[in-house]
Design a protein around this ligand. Structure first.
Ligand code: IMP
Ligand code: MG
Length: 189
């Protein structure tokens, strides 16, 4: 069982032996997701974009934001792996599940949970651009403050966050914590 505690006024969840400190709570997530949905609705008026959800981390974000987008959208899913069970990216991006549909001549929005080194996003943009979409933009819930060489522009960004390993709201550490309803970081790790 996850247990909520308040330590010096800060919310901390005890999850077995780990403590998870809340970075972005449920309310802040919901209101920012709503705003992003509004921006996409405005920019895609009279269009039918395809949302490409990058599995598995983005599944909750996509499920929430799609209901704030008031134009018809279609969905496709792609899975890539670069981390294994570690907190540090291996640097090698591998497609473990490809799209089901063609994106040729479509308005594509890549839906990412988090951009860390930017390697995954750079790889995805390059790979998907080669399939000739009409237009392609990136929507990412979190943008981590790490030094990077070149990273594709995130047009729709939820939050800038410090360089910490975060979990919850779809994001995991070794497949755990995805179902936490907030974004937090594991203390003392
Ligand atoms: P990048 O290639 O280093 O930008 O890493 C991107 C991918 O790694 C994201 O799509 C996440 O799935 C995963 N990732 C990066 N940082 C975190 C984190 O802090 N928590 C959980 N997953 C992360
Ligand atoms: Mg991801």
């Amino acid at each position: 069982m996850y247990k909520l505690k308040k330590i010096n006024g800060e919310k901390v969840y005890e999850c077995g032996d780990s403590k998870i400190r809340v970075l972005i709570d449920k309310k802040k997530l919901a209101s920012r997701v709503k705003e992003l949905g509004r921006e996409i609705t405005r920019d895609y008026k009279d269009k039918n974009p395809v949302l490409i959800s990058v599995l598995r981390g983005s599944f909750i974000f996509v499920a929430d934001i799609c209901r704030e987008i008031k134009v018809p959208v279609t969905f496709d899913f792609m899975a890539v792996s670069s981390y294994g069970n570690s907190k540090v990216s291996s640097g090698i991006v591998r497609i473990t599940k490809d799209l089901e549909c063609s994106i040729e001549n479509r308005d594509v929005i890549i839906m990412e949970d988090i951009v860390d080194s930017g390697r995954t996003l750079n790889y995805l943009v390059k790979n998907l651009k080669a399939r000739n979409p009409k237009n392609m933009e990136v929507c990412a819930l979190l943008d981590k403050d790490v030094p990077r060489k070149t990273v594709n522009k995130i047009k729709y960004k939820g939050f800038d966050i410090p360089n910490k390993f975060v979990v919850g709201y779809g994001l995991d550490f070794a497949e755990k914590y995805r179902n936490l309803p907030f974004i937090g970081y594991i203390e003392n790790e």
